[in-house]
Design a protein around this ligand. Structure first.
Ligand code: MLT
Length: 272
């Protein structure tokens, strides 16, 4: 495994690389880090690239969190692929990572070998969603800490059975708690101002796997079904017993659907 970083301006962007084969870029959700994909590194026949988005994991935050956009994350990830001399990759994004993956479709469609949309949605925030994010930014800034925010969000990420898995809950809590105030503010700002991607769905040019936990309350299965129906070359899989984080909650089942997608739709179709 390679554990390394690139420098963008004066910021360090940390990433892991594992395996050989068609590249797959794993983009994590909020407020997490590349660590959510630790169980996916065992998927064979691909070259896993697992960054920490700015401010999360071991990557430095942006200087101006209140001005962060999803597109900044996209630019950093394209910079990472360029630095690694990866022309095309399967882009896999979970929730906020999916918002970034949509932006990659928007600005770099020719670099997609395939797309894996995990517990994410195409719609932008509505007014009340945006207001809730702004209120959480204000509250986190005022308190100077994220602990209450983490406590409130954590149960929404997990299925009922996952909530009864103390090891998983502890791993998730410590991952969420490691996100700095700056990182959380940045990501909330970026998500609040993200564009709607509904009109992009029929334009997605590559094989697409749309996958979600059956018990996800943040992006429920109706959203996953709606997205899959609008993407020309897509298939859908729901993971039983998982909530918003199937790669962590049900890694065996999640990896099985990813392996099948890669084998049937990606591997053998050529790569850079
Ligand atoms: C995530 O899991 O990345 C976030 O819950 C997405 C969101 O807040 O819209």
């Amino acid at each position: 495994m390679t554990d390394d970083e690139i420098t963008i301006g004066d910021r360090r962007l940390h990433y892991l690389i594992e395996g050989d084969g068609a590249p797959i870029l794993w983009i994590h959700g909020f407020p997490l880090g590349g660590e959510i994909y630790q169980h996916q590194l065992s998927i064979e026949g691909v070259r896993h690239v697992v960054p920490d988005l700015p401010g999360f994991g071991r990557s430095d935050p942006y200087d101006l969190p209140e001005e962060t956009t999803i597109h900044q994350y996209t630019s950093d990830l394209l910079g990472l692929l360029d630095a690694l001399k990866i022309d095309k990759a399967v882009m896999a994004g979970l929730s906020m990572g999916g918002y970034v993956a949509f932006d990659l479709v928007r600005v770099a469609a020719s670099r997609l070998l395939g797309l894996i949309l995990i517990d994410t949605k195409e719609a932008a925030d509505d007014d009340s969603g945006r207001e809730a994010r702004m209120a959480s930014i204000e509250s986190i800034r005022r308190k100077g800490r994220t602990v209450e925010f983490v406590d409130e969000m954590l149960p929404k990420l997990l299925s009922e059975s996952s909530k009864n898995d103390p090891e998983l809950v502890e791993t998730l809590r410590s991952l969420m708690a490691s996100a700095s105030v700056t990182a959380v503010v940045s990501a909330q700002q970026a998500m609040a101002t993200r564009p709607d991607s509904t009109s992009l769905l029929p334009e997605i040019p590559c094989p697409t796997l749309v996958v979600a936990g059956r018990e996800d309350v943040i992006t429920p299965p109706e959203i996953t079904e709606r997205m899959c129906a609008a993407i020309p070359n897509a298939e859908m899989q729901l993971i039983e017993g998982a909530g918003h984080l199937p790669p962590m909650e049900r890694p065996i089942e999640f990896n099985a659907v990813v392996r099948e997608f890669l084998r049937e739709r990606i591997q053998g179709e050529g790569q850079s």
